[in-house]
Write a protein that binds this ligand. Structure first.
Ligand SMILES: [Zn+2]
Length: 170
């Protein structure tokens, strides 16, 4: 990774290597999160859980998974980017830059939660490490939440189906 990084640094110099290594580490952690998301997709399929869409851009925050019928969304939060209290940390290099960036991410997460809840969505967030360590537990938790949401919404299903453009898409 370091060799590649040196080659791709502008000018090929070594100035700023430390800061860029933080960025490279963050990028690696971002990829880990993508693979965690794929693992959850696989687990949903294996568990026979259907009715989900991935990363719908027309829903606030482009959640990783959207269950339209249950009005439930799931975010897979990367421990690094979303400031997991257990795994997250502020890099030592360019500390103020990263602190501002990661704090901004957390604020955006909370704002998206509020907007989604106001629009009638249940919001589930799983940490990357939770999915890595106990995906069965996460799927069981999700299944229970889905069951509650679907039971709650069932009596409304008929009227909801007449609404061709649900108000959930804000
Ligand atoms: Zn974590």
């Amino acid at each position: 990774v370091e060799t590649l990084l040196r080659m791709t640094l502008p000018g090929g110099g070594f100035a700023g290597v430390r800061a860029d290594r933080s960025a490279a580490m963050a990028a690696v952690k971002g990829r880990n999160n993508r693979s965690t998301e794929w693992r959850l997709r696989g687990a949903l399929v294996a568990a026979g859980i259907s009715g989900w869409y991935v990363r719908r851009r027309d829903v606030v925050g482009a959640p990783d998974f959207v269950f339209v019928d249950a009005r439930l969304v799931i975010f897979v939060d990367g421990c690094y980017w979303h400031g997991c209290p257990r795994c997250g940390h502020y890099p030592a290099t360019r500390a103020s830059f990263w602190r501002a960036k990661l704090d901004g991410n957390r604020r955006r997460d909370r704002r998206n939660n509020r907007r989604l809840r106001r629009a009638g969505f249940a919001v589930l967030r799983y940490w990357e490490h939770e999915l890595r360590e106990d995906i069965r537990g996460c799927v069981a938790h999700l299944r229970a939440a889905l069951r509650r949401r679907r039971a709650m919404r069932d009596p409304l299903r008929e009227s909801a189906s007449r609404d061709h453009r649900p108000s959930m898409f804000v």
